[in-house]
Design a protein around this ligand. Sequence first.
Ligand code: DQA
Length: 146
Amino acid sequence: MKKVLVIHGPNLNMLGKREPEIYGNMTLDEINISLKAQGEKSGLRVETFQSNHEGTIVEKIQEAFETLVNGIIINPAAFTHTSVAIRDALLLLNVPIIEIHLSNIYQRETFRHKSMVADIATAQISGFGVTGYHLALQGLMDLIRQ
Ligand code: DQA
């Protein structure tokens, strides 16, 4: 069975409570459950992971490399704009990487316009809210099947 890892960065564990006018009302658990269900329908195993710690995310990406995941969806959250370490870890992988943001990072403060991941990601989705995760998974499934 093909497997996909969805990584959520810092503060995304607070979805539902955190700035709902920007990030919506769904909780992370609800998002994860619906992604797993979407994957299951297509015979894909979806693992989800959240951490507020940069090094823990780096280690999870290294584990994804060792365990041969078939693709990654990552919302690095604030680390998007700062983390060379997460970028370097992603460079280990030779599977599709989809970068996703709930908000449109290019319509927000200028410090959010720079992504350390965008140029090494296979694709980026930004501004679709939770729907973006489902688009990311659909796109990733198509890429994996190709
Ligand atoms: C975010 C955008 C980031 O700038 C921010 O730090 C986040 C969430 C998004 O999903 O829109 O935590 O990645």
